[in-house]
Design a protein around this ligand. Structure first.
Ligand code: AGP
Length: 364
């Protein structure tokens, strides 16, 4: 992509609209239909190394950390390797136990975030194997890691990350598939995931074609002082990322909680002035998620659902196309990027350069 605005009013809007092409680029040349797997050239991890991995630990900050949370779930689901994500900024300060059988993955758009780089250096010093999942080619984190995956999102100018988040999550999908196929993921499941990945660019176009509805909803919800974002398992990191997007660009206070935790405290906040954005995928947790919507409705809370079908209990639903259960999280956050953008626009915010923030945090 060039730095040309191409008719968009902000880089954020432009970059949201570049996502179908960006995902296409992340997939290009990597899919191996013959063996229902993917080739990730720079990984430096042969099948024997991949099979020896006992745990995966993903480190990143902000949006990249959220992408890592989704990535960890994909790796657990598809490769059945225990995996989790942690903010790199926390990890490096807690004298972590570094285990030789754990595969560490540093996630970063810029490849220059100081906290992530410092975590990588500490891990290397302790003899760990560290991979990078990075956007900027040749960046410090890409150079310091033992191998990795470039996410190929193209240049991202807006301080608020959108297309890079999506490409990170897609890249984690590729990695999870690759690891899974060196283990117990069947040919049939590999094929199913590949078909799901191939559908993504077209489905992203479908979501973006619904922009007018999202613009209207954003205008309506822009009056809120505070918003709750909820999701369960696959939907929870989506809720966290969507709440961060809204905070960063509109300055509206937002909280993200697992839907399952509502009754343990945050339900006390629910009232008409505190709308909830709920991530409601059509997966095995659909009924549980519907029950959470009922609890909110019973407290007169307004609900905006992002779902695969219209949710009766919600005041509004943004319907997104269904993919494979394991890949749904890639798509469900995209309408909420537009929601954050239009909310900020309605409030007259400086969308590409929100106050107090820098694109890349290269200091401690
Ligand atoms: C994203 O919208 C943020 N501005 C921020 O959280 C960002 O993701 C974080 O600072 C990490 O940056 P990186 O991906 O370049 O390492």
């Amino acid at each position: 992509e060039s730095y040309d605005m191409g008719g968009h009013d902000t880089y954020m809007h432009k970059e949201i609209h570049e996502q179908a092409d960006a995902v296409d680029r992340a997939l290009r040349g990597r899919i191996d239909d013959r063996f229902s797997t993917v080739h990730l050239g720079g990984l430096n991890l042969d099948a024997r190394d991949a099979r020896a991995v006992r745990r995966v630990k993903i480190l990143g900050c902000g949006t990249s950390y959220h992408a890592g949370q989704i990535g960890a779930q994909m790796i657990e689901e598809l490769a059945r390797i225990p995996a989790d994500a942690e903010p790199a900024s926390e990890f490096r300060y807690r004298n972590p136990v570094v285990d030789p059988d754990t595969l560490y993955i540093a996630v970063s758009q810029s490849g220059e975030t100081y906290d992530v780089l410092a975590a990588v250096q500490e891990l290397k010093r302790k003899g760990a194997r560290v991979l990078g999942l990075v956007n900027v080619v040749g960046s410090a984190i890409a150079r310091e890691t033992d191998g990795g995956i470039y996410v190929h999102a193209g240049p991202e100018v807006c301080v608020v990350s959108t297309k890079c988040f999506t490409n990170m999550v897609v890249s984690f999908g590729l990695l999870a598939l690759h690891l899974g196929r060196t283990r117990d993921l069947s040919v049939a499941d590999g094929k199913r995931i590949i078909e799901g990945l191939r559908k993504l660019p077209g489905q992203i176009e479908e979501i973006l074609a619904n922009e007018a509805q999202i613009e209207e909803l954003a205008k309506e919800y822009a009056e809120a002082k505070s918003m709750m974002f909820i999701g369960r398992v696959r939907g929870y990191p989506v809720a966290r990322e969507a709440s961060l997007k809204l905070k960063e660009v509109s300055y509206i206070h937002a909280e993200a909680y697992p839907a399952s935790e509502l009754k343990h405290g945050p339900l006390a906040l629910i009232e008409p002035a505190m709308p909830t954005v709920a991530i409601v995928p059509d997966d095995e947790l659909l009924e549980k998620n519907r029950a959470a919507l009922e609890e909110i409705k019973a407290r007169s809370g307004r609900i905006l659902a992002v779902a695969h079908q219209v949710q009766e209990k919600a005041d509004h639903t943004i319907v997104v196309p269904k993919n494979e259960d394991e890949l749904d999280a890639i798509l469900m956050g995209i309408p909420l990027q537009l929601f954050a953008y239009y909310t900020a626009k309605a409030m007259g915010r400086d969308i590409d350069k929100p106050r107090n923030l820098a694109k890349s945090v290269t200091v401690e």
